[in-house]
Write a protein that binds this ligand. Structure first.
Ligand SMILES: Cc1cc2nc3c(=O)[nH]c(=O)nc-3n(C[C@H](O)[C@H](O)[C@H](O)COP(=O)(O)OP(=O)(O)OC[C@H]3O[C@@H](n4cnc5c(N)ncnc54)[C@H](O)[C@@H]3O)c2cc1C
Length: 441
């Protein structure tokens, strides 16, 4: 090769290396961050998925790392040029990673091989196997206020598109009944109002859902959401009372009517265009029904001797200030349990213990993780990991470890936060199929 050609080749190679350098450096930085995140994930138990989480097809991933950059919760990382789920327990299920992957190598799945999750069968538009019956929010497996809100909007926008395609058969029937007015039902109702649907919203308690039952002054951690017919709510942290006040204000301003104090007892599809929704006050009819009833209706119980007879066992905490100079046991490993334990530990004279069956608090938000660590280091809270309550007496609870060791802990008050039961019988009576998910795509 003559010297001129050599120079041209060398220049070409040099330019190629230069052009690839930023990509190489970005990858190196991401792999380094992944190593750190992986260590943190193991430390806090975030490597065990709780419910919805991404899985990456190792054969399909081409390592663009777009999914890593796009995930605000930092669920994914990059190892050996391929995406991996580093902290799947942090996933809140918005699916940005799945959508941005250019080769469809990512899928969001519920549950794991070891831990099945029961959910109503829902399609992408939130419709169940019963045509015209939709499930949104926590009932469909998607927890968190902002997710529930987003699903409410998306679901009703989809219904409106479908109605535009098939405008026939409207008659005198309402277009829609929304059941439940937590964040999911509220957002569905606001969208229905904005889009001019004929609808009603039936709520057995009051507007606000589970949020209304949070402990007093609880800081709700969320993300900005679009409120149909109103605008954007930009906040990331807001007190429970403020959030409820804001929602009530929005409902008032846009003229949303919620029929409160109305419990829906059954839903049946009468013919292919028509649902009957039964309540104590009578039967309502509509072409479609959106179920947004959450999962908190039936709190999950421990199922141990003494629980049903005990008057000092509760499944919600609204007024931590009401408890002072008490010996308290909180049971559970999620944000609700940790927040309750922390709030109770802050009250004067309380002696608070937190019992959790897991070996780490893998599902809680980073802010709660930090508060928990600080409470542990200042001794205001005792955490008993890998323990199961076995018996409840009026002033103590027997806890058991996996190796058979047992200990009686003093407890004048017991709070149990181990989630809610899926209202399986209610859903099945409406014809909705339930599936157990084991993390398979
Ligand atoms: C203690 C605690 C703390 C939490 N903290 C946060 C947080 O900081 N940030 C966050 O994003 N998420 C948090 N969550 C989770 C969040 O509250 C839920 O994911 C969210 O409220 C789910 O909304 P939803 O509309 O699907 O259901 P819900 O809020 O549960 O609303 C369901 C509504 O349906 C009504 N209903 C039920 N059955 C019927 C019936 N048969 N007829 C008529 N109405 C019915 C209920 O009365 C209720 O109003 C927390 C949860 C708990 C328990």
């Amino acid at each position: 090769m003559d010297p001129d050609s050599l120079i041209i080749v060398a220049l070409g190679v040099g330019l190629t290396v230069l052009a690839m350098l930023p990509t190489f450096l970005k990858r190196e930085a991401q792999e380094r961050r992944t190593r750190i995140a992986h260590a943190e994930s193991l430390r806090y138990g975030l490597h065990e998925p709780v419910s919805l989480h991404p899985i990456v097809d190792p054969g399909g991933c081409i390592g663009t790392s777009n999914c890593v950059s796009v995930c605000p919760e930092e669920v994914l990382g990059l190892r050996a040029g391929q995406a991996i789920a580093v902290s799947p327990a942090r996933c809140i299920g918005h699916g940005l990673c799945e959508r941005i992957c250019p080769v469809d190598a990512i899928q969001l799945v519920f549950g794991t091989e070891k831990r099945g999750v029961d959910l109503p069968r829902i399609q992408e538009n939130f419709e169940t196997n019963v045509p015209g019956l939709y499930v949104i929010g926590e009932l469909g497996g998607m927890g968190l206020v902002a997710n529930a809100f987003e699903q409410g909007r998306q679901c009703v926008e989809g219904i409106v598109r479908e109605m535009a395609r098939d405008p026939g058969g409207q008659g005198d029937l309402d277009d829609l009944i929304v059941v439940g007015c937590g964040p999911a039902g509220l957002s569905a109702s606001l969208t229905a109002l904005e889009k001019g649907l004929r609808f009603s919203t039936l709520e057995r308690e009051d507007l606000g859902g589970t949020v209304r039952h949070y402990p007093r002054k609880k800081l709700v951690m969320t993300r900005p959401v679009k409120v149909p017919g109103y605008g954007r709510l930009p906040m990331r942290e807001v007190r429970k009372e403020e959030l409820i006040g804001l929602w009530e204000d929005i409902a008032h301003k846009v003229g949303l009517r919620v029929d409160t104090g109305v419990t829906v007892t059954g839903i049946s599809r009468v013919d292919h265009l028509h649902f009957e929704v039964s309540t104590a006050e009578g039967v309502r009819r509509a072409r479609r029904v959106v179920l947004a009833i959450g999962r908190r209706g039936v709190p999950r119980k421990l199922g141990v001797p003494g629980e049903d007879e005990a008057v000092h066992v509760a499944y919600a905490l609204r007024e931590p200030e009401a408890y002072r100079d008490d010996r308290i046991l909180v049971v559970g490993g999620g944000d609700s349990a940790v927040e309750a334990a922390l709030a109770l530990a802050e009250q004067p004279g309380n002696d608070v213990r937190l019992s959790y069956r897991g070996d780490a608090f893998s599902r809680i938000k980073p802010a709660n993780q930090r508060r928990l660590e600080s409470a542990l280091s200042d001794g205001s809270l005792e955490v008993l990991l890998q323990t199961l309550p076995r018996r409840i007496l009026p002033d103590e609870v027997t806890l058991e470890w996996p190796d058979g060791r047992a200990r009686e802990v003093p407890a004048d008050q017991v709070f149990v936060f181990i989630g809610g039961e899926l209202p399986t019988a209610f859903l099945r009576s409406a014809g909705v199929e339930i599936e157990t998910h084991f993390g398979a795509p």
